[in-house]
Design a protein around this ligand. Structure first.
Ligand SMILES: [Zn+2]
Length: 277
């Protein structure tokens, strides 16, 4: 039953991610007079859902996650323009992430555990939006990163208070210092070439979430391994040298998911492999 609820919730929020990313990008593209007129139409809270091509308003049967896309064979009902497979993919991935997180949730289901899980689902939705945005336009927009920072900070504070463990908050700040501090240093040294300002801000969110220096190192380790695995084939084919900036954000976020869900096990394994041998 809970799984079913999580799947439906994930599909709907995945659908929200698609709309959010598209609207933020459309809003940022527009300037001046046109922007004012379009602002309401594109508002996330007020605007009605529409086709990205013909801007026809969508009805109930066009808005069912995945099902509508399949039913319409990936085409808009009104202008027959094809709709990217990104839409159903993001919906399915969000639902899958919800179920995955539930299955491997490391905390017990106390009030605090349930609170943390709810916060985590919000973070997952934010991460999905950031990943899509970063993959498409190589930017981690402030308007998604800043709210996530607030959510992560409130989470760290609430966990610290409810578990009567002030060290949790200290650890969260240490995590921030490690990740955001390192990214900021790289950002300064490379003049923003190797890493973007968005990655520095994302470092704050991730530091607050994973807490502590060991987990911060784990995030870096996992993200680097994933980044290398993806970048190496390109490097070998010499299509792009290492100079090309890779969108690092998605790797950091995937790594964060692993560390939040499997942090304790990973830390054990990591220390045994690299520090105590
Ligand atoms: Zn259309």
């Amino acid at each position: 039953m809970i799984i079913l609820v999580l799947v439906l919730l994930g599909l709907c929020l995945g659908s929200f991610v698609n709309a959010l990313v598209w609207r933020l990008h459309e809003q940022d593209k527009l300037t001046g007079k046109k922007a004012k007129r379009a602002a309401k139409e594109l508002s996330i809270s007020q605007g009605r859902s529409m086709c990205p091509d013909c801007r026809h308003q969508l009805g109930f049967w066009d808005l069912l996650p995945v099902a509508s896309w399949l039913g319409l064979r990936g085409k808009c009902r009104y202008c027959h323009h094809s709709i990217s497979w990104q839409y159903p993919l993001v919906e399915v991935l969000t639902a899958a992430m919800f179920v995955f997180s539930y299955a491997f949730w490391p905390h017990s289901w106390t009030t605090l555990g349930v609170f943390q899980f709810a916060v985590w689902l919000v973070i997952v939705v934010g991460f999905m939006a950031l990943t899509v945005y970063d993959a498409r336009w190589q930017i981690l927009p402030d308007r998604i990163v800043y709210p996530l920072m607030v959510v992560a900070a409130i989470n760290a504070l609430v966990v610290s208070v409810l578990s009567e463990d002030p060290m949790h908050l200290v650890y969260a700040l240490v995590g921030v210092a490690c990740l955001a501090g390192l990214f900021y240093a790289i950002f300064q040294v490379s003049g923003g070439k190797w890493i973007g300002g968005g990655d520095v801000k994302l470092g704050v969110v991730i530091g607050l979430l994973v807490t502590g220096p060991v987990n911060a190192i784990l995030v870096l380790f996992v993200a680097s391994v994933l980044g290398l695995l993806v970048a190496l084939p390109d490097v070998f084919r010499k299509k792009s040298g290492l100079s090309k900036r890779i969108a690092f954000g998605p790797f950091l976020m995937v790594a964060t998911v692993f560390v939040v869900l499997f942090g304790a096990d990973l830390a054990d394994w990591y220390t045994r492999q690299f520090l105590l041998l």
